[in-house]
Design a protein around this ligand. Structure first.
Ligand SMILES: Cc1cc2nc3c(=O)[nH]c(=O)nc-3n(C[C@H](O)[C@H](O)[C@H](O)COP(=O)(O)OP(=O)(O)OC[C@H]3O[C@@H](n4cnc5c(N)ncnc54)[C@H](O)[C@@H]3O)c2cc1C
Length: 131
């Protein structure tokens, strides 16, 4: 695995909103995070098909897009004030993509594709877009 400026790697368990923003903060500090997500996609609760998710098909967020979005990644103006769960999930996947593009240490390594939702997959923050 690639080393970082100071050579330290950090494991993040869970690729939900909290795991993504943790990866962002670690990247900002020059560290090399790896996100471990047990299901077949990122997004946590917002990944509705995931076995752990309590989200149902017609569910909308009950918090506004103003309070939901990451401070460094605004939600598009044209989106409704209260997102559908699909819109919220798409936003999180875009954020993961954004993280990858802002990772100056990315060399394209860690191209791991999920094979089973029951496996714990080491997903480098540099390869989040691949899942
Ligand atoms: C029905 C429902 C409606 C909600 N509505 C809203 C809302 O409108 N607005 C709002 O702000 N919040 C809402 N929430 C809260 C929602 O949980 C949070 O917005 C957000 O998803 C929390 O993010 P998180 O990363 O902390 O946890 P989660 O989203 O739960 O993500 C945790 C991730 O960690 C993974 N994981 C856990 N253990 C392991 C392990 N051992 N190894 C590998 N991976 C692991 C899980 O698979 C999951 O992907 C709602 C929650 C539910 C259930």
């Amino acid at each position: 695995m690639q080393t970082t400026r100071d050579g330290r790697r950090v494991a993040i368990v869970g690729g939900g909103p909290a795991g993504l923003v943790a990866a962002k903060s670690l990247l900002e500090e020059g560290l090399h995070p790896t996100v471990f997500e047990r299901s077949s996609n990122l997004g946590g609760q917002w990944n509705a098909p995931g076995p752990h998710s309590g989200v149902w098909k017609t569910m909308r967020a009950n918090t506004s897009k103003v309070t939901m979005c990451f401070s460094d990644f605004p939600l598009e103006e044209e989106l409704p004030m209260f997102l559908t769960n699909q819109q919220a999930h798409a936003y999180l996947l875009k954020y993961a993509k954004h993280l990858r593009s802002s990772d100056s240490t990315d060399t394209g390594e860690g191209k791991v594709r999920p094979q089973s939702s029951s496996r714990q997959l080491p997903l480098s923050a540099t390869s989040l877009r691949l899942i």
